[in-house]
Design a protein around this ligand. Structure first.
Ligand code: COA
Ligand code: AMP
Length: 640
């Protein structure tokens, strides 16, 4: 039998313009593009350069115009506030039109940036769509980041306007956002003209007039506005993600390519179309939230779910399954860490058995490597295909996946299946030579990347080229290492840089080190990601203290934890740090983080030939052992 996925992939690589021109038909264009791929300015590629459209029109208005205004666009489910309601496409349109009008009245126009720092409430989606409607470029900042991280992003994006809420709500309680926002604005060198604040009943924030406006009061006098026709290549959003330095990278996404790629992925990968219910249990602050809570499902006229809760504890480990049954979810997407959390609470799947999950066709996992045990357990418990798929903030949609809406292939646990049409994935060695099947190397994607992938880094073409395109000219460097087997299945095994993945959240060890070095007692710091049974990885810090420091171990520990929480935010999950006399380094002064990580995780390592002082490895091993790592007998590390 023909392998449809393979045929599609071959066509997408041999004739990308034919392939994507056909896919572009899923989108309503103001001017249909003639030029599908513009490669006149390599290494910058542009998709649909002469096309004009509006992403908000495609995600909202056109469904109402097609007579589906009554259909639910968003189910808002918030166990943490005991609140739940449905929003139709029609009422979403009314909210978005008016909010866009308010933004215009505040002087926001095409190309202006708007920062959104909000929890998982429908207003966050309205804010993104309202920006898209008027051609403003949104930049959503995850609520778990501290004021300092927000301020760094404000300085880089230079927004005219910020939309925020008084608070987020975590199982641990109310997290006031407004004081964090005020603090971030006070620290920032860039001045923001206005903030629109959603005051929630759980915590009422004080508004600083005339800068701050109350969301719903301000809407009363605002006028509705229509969609602005945009070039397909105009930026839709900037989303900051961790790089290897403390300065995050502002991934730029365009309008046209993004809409085409997401619509294509909804049908072919996620098996979801008009009227289906799709749920990505992530957060709008991450790329998964951008692509598959907001834009993807809405672009194809599906119903999406905004869930303000956790996989466990809100109220229990049955939360996901209960919602899937109640809302008739067809395709469900979460991170492996969430499944591990559920499995820990409900190892025998007692909750799963309580619900009728016949509506669910498949579950998708991404955000971190999916260990075969988690995949096998969930597949067994659910009795449905569980689809590991691989992608990153930069690509915006899956690079490798099983095409569940096209022609599913056999699932191999540990592999996110094969390269998706549009992506030519290869494995290269350090010299840039392709390696044989089953041999590990750097995972790269041959240029041009398909529509919907990053076009550059915000106002930093040089960093874009240096980070992704310079190592192997003609190829995009993913930063992941892995291999492809004899059947073309990809295996993503680790990062090649200093990025770690904590509960599906991508964080930079370089940023942790910068923060630790801010402490007056710390001379030097090294942070590595160590294996964790629940979160995949957690950060572990080793610090060298300045001479003459008299701080007790306990005080030092508490102060460093508080410092990281204050500077990076609770999302850092930083609970492991210890002082050592010396760090292992090469003779040229580079800290040997990879070797330290291997020691911590009980993996084989070879003594680096360039090590300055071999004794330092023993020093590190002792410190790690005291922290519960570097010990072959240790089975579960949960920090603390
Ligand atoms: N606003 C404010 N604080 C936030 C936040 C937000 N949006 N999101 C998380 N936090 C806080 C949490 O309250 C917690 O704070 P605490 O240290 O005071 O308890 C901290 O950040 C770490 O949160 P989290 O990573 O959620 O860990 P957890 O231990 O509370 O829960 C899991 C563990 C596995 C249940 C949780 O990590 C999870 O649901 N992961 C799914 C990940 C995911 O969807 N990733 C998206 C990529 S697809
Ligand atoms: P982010 O940009 O936050 O989405 O993180 C992207 C990174 O997470 C990738 O580069 C990988 O390192 C990792 N990742 C995401 N999905 C997977 C997966 N299915 N398997 C292995 N690693 C993954």
């Amino acid at each position: 039998m023909a392998d449809l996925g393979l045929l599609m992939h071959e066509q997408s690589i041999a004739e990308p313009e034919v392939f994507w021109q056909k896919a572009a038909k899923a989108i309503s264009w103001d001017i249909v593009p003639n030029k599908v791929l513009d490669d006149s300015n390599k290494p910058f590629y542009r998709w649909f350069a002469d096309g004009k459209m509006n992403t908000c029109f495609n995600a909202v208005d056109r469904h109402v115009l097609a007579g589906r205004g009554e259909q639910t666009a968003i189910h808002y489910i918030s166990p943490v506030t005991q609140n739940e309601y449905a929003i139709s496409y029609q009422s979403m349109l009314a909210q978005v039109k008016r909010l866009a009008g308010l933004m215009v009245s505040l002087g926001v126009t095409k190309g202006d940036r708007v920062v959104i720092y909000m929890p998982m409430v429908p207003e966050t989606a309205y804010a993104m769509l309202a920006c898209a409607r008027i051609g403003a470029i949104h930049s959503v900042v995850f609520g778990g980041f501290a004021a300092n991280e927000l301020s760094t992003r404000i300085n880089d994006a230079k927004p005219k306007l910020i939309l925020s809420a008084s608070c987020g709500i975590e199982p641990s309680g109310v997290v006031p956002y407004k004081p964090l926002l005020d603090n971030a604005l006070a620290q920032a060198t860039h001045t923001v003209e206005h903030c629109i604040i959603l005051n929630r009943t759980e915590y009422q924030a004080e508004l600083n007039a005339p800068r701050d406006l109350d969301w719903y009061s301000a809407l009363v006098d605002a006028q509705d506005v229509d969609c602005v026709s945009l070039d397909a290549t105009d930026p839709l959003y900037v989303l900051y993600t961790s790089g290897t330095t403390g300065q995050p990278k502002g991934v730029v996404r365009d309008n046209g390519g993004h809409a085409v790629a997401l619509a294509w992925s909804m049908e072919h990968i996620y098996d979801t179309g008009v009227g289906d219910v799709f749920w990505a249990a992530s957060d709008v602050g991450w790329v998964v939230g951008h692509s598959y809570i907001v834009y993807g499902p809405l672009l194809v006229g599906a119903t999406t779910i905004m869930y303000e809760g956790k996989p466990i504890g809100t109220p229990d480990a049955g939360a996901f399954w209960r919602i899937i049954e109640q809302k008739h979810v067809r395709s469900f997407f979460t991170a492996p860490t969430a499944i591990r959390a559920i499995k820990r609470e409900d190892p025998n799947g007692e909750f799963i058995k309580q619900f009728d999950l016949s509506c669910l066709k498949q579950m998708y996992l991404a955000g971190e490597r999916c260990d075969p045990e988690t995949l096998n357990w969930s597949q067994q418990q659910l009795g449905k295909p569980v689809v590991d798929h691989w992608w990153q903030t930069e690509t915006g949609w899956p690079v490798a996946a099983n095409l569940m809406g096209t022609d599913p292939i056999a699932i191999k646990p540990g592999s996110p299946a094969r390269a998706v049409p549009g992506y030519q994935v290869e494995i290269l060695d350090a010299m840039g030579e392709p390696v044989a099947a089953n041999e590990s190397g750097n995972v790269v994607i041959k240029q041009p990347l398909p529509p919907g992938t990053l076009t550059t880094l915000w106002q930093n073409d040089k960093r874009y080229i240096d980070s992704y395109l310079s190592m192997y000219p003609g190829y995009y460097l993913t930063g992941d290492a892995g291999y492809i087997d004899e059947d073309g299945y990809l295996y993503i095994m680790s990062r090649i840089d200093d990025i770690i993945n904590v509960a599906g959240h991508r964080l930079s060890t370089g940023r942790f080190e910068e923060v630790l070095c801010q402490h007056e007692a710390v001379a030097e710091a090294a942070v590595i990601g160590v294996q964790d049974k629940l979160k995949g990885q957690v950060p572990l810090g080793l610090v060298v203290l300045k001479n003459g420091v008299t701080l007790s171990d306990d005080d030092l520990y508490k102060q460093l934890l508080a410092l990281v929480r204050h500077e990076i935010g609770p999302v850092a999950s930083f609970r492991l740090v210890s002082a050592v006399q010396k760090l292992p380094k090469t003779r040229s002064g580079k800290i040997l983080r990879a070797t330290m990580r291997k020691i911590a995780d009980n993996q084989d390592y070879t003594m680096p030939a360039t090590i300055e002082d071999p004794n330092t490895l023993e020093i590190v091993r002792n410190a790690l052992t005291k922290m519960g790592y570097a010990n072959a007998l240790a089975s579960e590390h949960t920090g603390g």
